[in-house]
Design a binder for this molecule. Sequence first.
Ligand SMILES: Cc1cc2nc3c(=O)[nH]c(=O)nc-3n(C[C@H](O)[C@H](O)[C@H](O)COP(=O)(O)O)c2cc1C
Length: 359
Amino acid sequence: MEILTPEHIGPLSKLIPRSRPALVLAPMQDVTDLAFMRVIARRGAPDWFVTEYFRVHPFSKPEKHILRSIDENETGKPIFAQMIGNDAAELIRTARELCHHPIAGIDLNLGCPAPIVCRKDAGGGLLRDPQRVDRLLGELRENIPASFTVKTRVGHQSPEEFVGLLDIFRRHGIDGLTIHGRTVAERYQTPVHPDCVKLAVETMPCPVIANGNIVDPETAAGYHQATAAAGLMIGRGAIRNPWLFRQCNERFSGKMIPQATHRDLLEYIVELSGEIAREAPRFEARGHVQRMKKTLAYISHGLDGNFEYEIRRVRTPGEFEETCARYLDHDTPLPARPPADSKLFCGFSELLAKPVAQA
Ligand SMILES: Cc1cc2nc3c(=O)[nH]c(=O)nc-3n(C[C@H](O)[C@H](O)[C@H](O)COP(=O)(O)O)c2cc1C
């Protein structure tokens, strides 16, 4: 494993490779922990990671299990610490605490659509009040002694809000902007809006990272072609296909992309399950199976037969392992993409690169 060295840590633009867009693992609550990062990195690491969000409020302390994903990150790749909250003083206090850990920078979440978060005017809920975002970013930029990036959606109700939001982001000298190309209202149920990401690329002075719906190297290439973004962030697609960062890297270098098999997938699931169990402070079989079932929702989706159906019904680690082995222990190549009409990876087909017109 590569060791994290000081040159990894600095403004985001230094982390972007010259020859291809940067590839970034998206922050995902209860998914992108130490165990997951480790298992992904063994199959081709992203250029950097972003933690699940630290919840920030007047009585908050940075969650210990998230801090571990920073302190014990052995992948050699930098990690940004993400915060969610709306109180400038508390966010600054937390950012300063996080700066005592080996982070590449601080990221602010302006995109979470969960009703419980939005009701408290945090995450995507803040996009309802652009003036408040303006004040908050001003205070954070001035007081955060590190690279400071923002992860946003393209509006709360409509992508037409995005032009005004970009004006605000531009004013505060942020070091990077990641855009999940949907509005908060669109949650995960629509195609993304690459035109908004393109506008940000053309008008922001900092690197822009495009996010949402990348499920394979072709959707990554299509999103990049449509936006010229400096980087691509991948979340659910990397749970489903942990080789995706390596495959995208190879796609952008014009190399052959090896196809993983069902047996490779089985090996990944067994390894992930083992790492998660090993990292649990107290192993508890029911909780472990629940966590694996949540992860498997993204992996089993669209695979042959009744795998998806059966895995939702397992109750014990033994049933879980037996069901995975029964469906996956063979050498058939995996489908490159989820089903085109998928409700889980909604609208990814719109990202596929348009064929270049013949001269
Ligand atoms: C289970 C889950 C948890 C998530 N947690 C976070 C989070 O903590 N912070 C954040 O900024 N986004 C979070 N997201 C959103 C993702 O980072 C990403 O923006 C979104 O999934 C779209 O990208 P994708 O299509 O590549 O998955 C989460 C998404 C999922 C599915």
